[in-house]
Design a protein around this ligand. Structure first.
Ligand SMILES: Nc1nc2c(c(=O)[nH]1)N[C@H]1C(S)=C(S)[C@@H](COP(=O)(O)O)O[C@H]1N2
Ligand SMILES: [Mo]
Length: 368
């Protein structure tokens, strides 16, 4: 199993009864999710935010780090952190979610980082907007894609690479896209991209390139691995596929009561309680959240908090519930302003991306 994989072989899908492998466990132990009880915080503390790192966390010296802008520009430029810090400073509260969130719930299971539903966080990112820097460099009129290169390096299915992701020029020039050097008011931690990362509000995590060291403007479509091979929605290995871009709507329940250690089934006493959680979408504000206590057979409206923290941050929702003793399966369903909502049948694709299937939280209510 543990050989360098071959690029000519498609990514693997688990067999019908195949359990989580040692390799998937190894990834899961490195790339942790948010503990769901941390849905309590408006702003996710840095240590509770999920993590996804394809290769190794590079060790970089902030004092010596530079960012170069080159390619199809009038004036290539190189700036250091001090120069970036002197530029206009902006903070955005942004819900970040890994495109693979929900993957391990798919049948058959695409073999990769085995997320259930916990690959999300909502942090405050401070930095300077990207667009003015690109304009200073002067994009050529025929610019097509902007490639962001991280300082991390590795192999993926036999392809040696720096972590690189491109955005179409129009998306790179959106005002909310940040070159971020702080998370929650402190310098970026090594695992979150220190000393500099890209933040692309509304997009799945893969676009938010960490350890950012170079920005290259192309007059053609970028054909690097993370855009052309990975992060595409496809049913068959040889489909060209559709690029993964913005975050599909999702609501998560903050599991009520207390957990059973091994199963994490929730236990609570009968009587009135408030079930709450968070909801977000990269396609526009969440406009409604509904709650189910019977695994999706029936739905009731939840109440939505006023948006706090701006249009890229998750919203809190809550639902007053007075259960009788018994067993329940809780879930929530978000709908956004674009009309997108969450399916009851998982949206299967070979990479296991954008699976925003409604969550299932098993609850046992005991007599008072
Ligand atoms: N350079 C680099 N940037 C990266 C990655 C990476 O492996 N290398 N992982 C991406 C993916 S897939 C996700 S989901 C987010 C995770 O960001 P976080 O670890 O700060 O939550 O970072 C993105 N940026
Ligand atoms: Mo990701």
């Amino acid at each position: 199993m543990s050989t360098v994989e071959d690029a000519s072989r498609p990514s693997r899908v688990a067999g019908p009864d195949e359990g989580i492998s040692h390799e998937e466990l190894q990834l899961a132990a490195r790339n942790h999710g948010i503990p769901l009880e941390a849905l309590s915080y408006d702003v996710t503390p840095a240590g509770l935010h999920y993590l996804l790192i394809h290769y190794d966390i590079p060790v970089l010296d902030a004092a010596a780090h530079t960012l170069t802008v080159d390619g199809a520009v009038a004036t290539p430029l190189t700036v250091d952190l001090a120069a970036l810090r002197e530029r206009p400073r902006v903070t955005h509260r942004v819900t970040l979610e890994c495109a693979g969130n929900g993957r391990a719930l798919l049948r058959p299971r695409p073999v990769s980082q085995p997320w259930l539903v916990e690959a999300v966080g909502n942090a405050e990112w401070t930095g300077t907007p990207l667009a003015p820097l690109l304009r200073e460099a002067g994009l050529d009129a025929d610019a097509v894609d902007v490639v962001f290169t991280g300082a991390d390096h590795g192999f993926e299915r036999g392809v040696e690479q720096d972590y690189q992701r491109a955005l179409p020029v129009a998306d790179a020039l959106r005002g909310e896209v940040l070159l971020a050097y702080e998370m929650n008011g402190a310098p970026l931690l090594p695992q979150h991209g220190a000393p500099l990362r890209l933040i692309v509000p509304g997009w799945y995590g893969m676009a938010h390139v960490k350890w950012l060291r170079r920005i290259t403007v192309l007059t053609r479509t970028f054909d690097g691995y993370q855009n052309a091979v990975a992060y595409r929605l496809r049913q068959e290995p040889d489909d060209p596929g559709v690029p993964v871009t913005r975050i599909a709507p999702r609501a998560l329940v903050r599991p009520p009561g207390v957990p059973d250690f091994m199963s994490r089934v929730r236990v609570l006493r009968s009587g009135p309680c408030t079930v709450d959680g968070r909801a977000w979408s990269g396609y526009g504000p969440v406009v409604s959240v509904e709650v189910t206590t019977d695994g999706g057979d029936t739905w009731a409206p939840a109440r939505l908090d006023d948006p706090v923290g701006g249009e890229w941050a998750w919203r809190r929702w809550w639902y007053d519930w007075t259960p009788q003793p018994g067993r329940y399966v809780l879930g929530a369903r978000a709908t956004d302003a674009s009309g997108r909502s969450q399916p009851v049948e998982p949206p299967w694709n070979r990479g296991g991306f954008a699976n925003n299937l409604v969550q299932r939280v098993d609850v046992v209510v005991l007599a008072d």
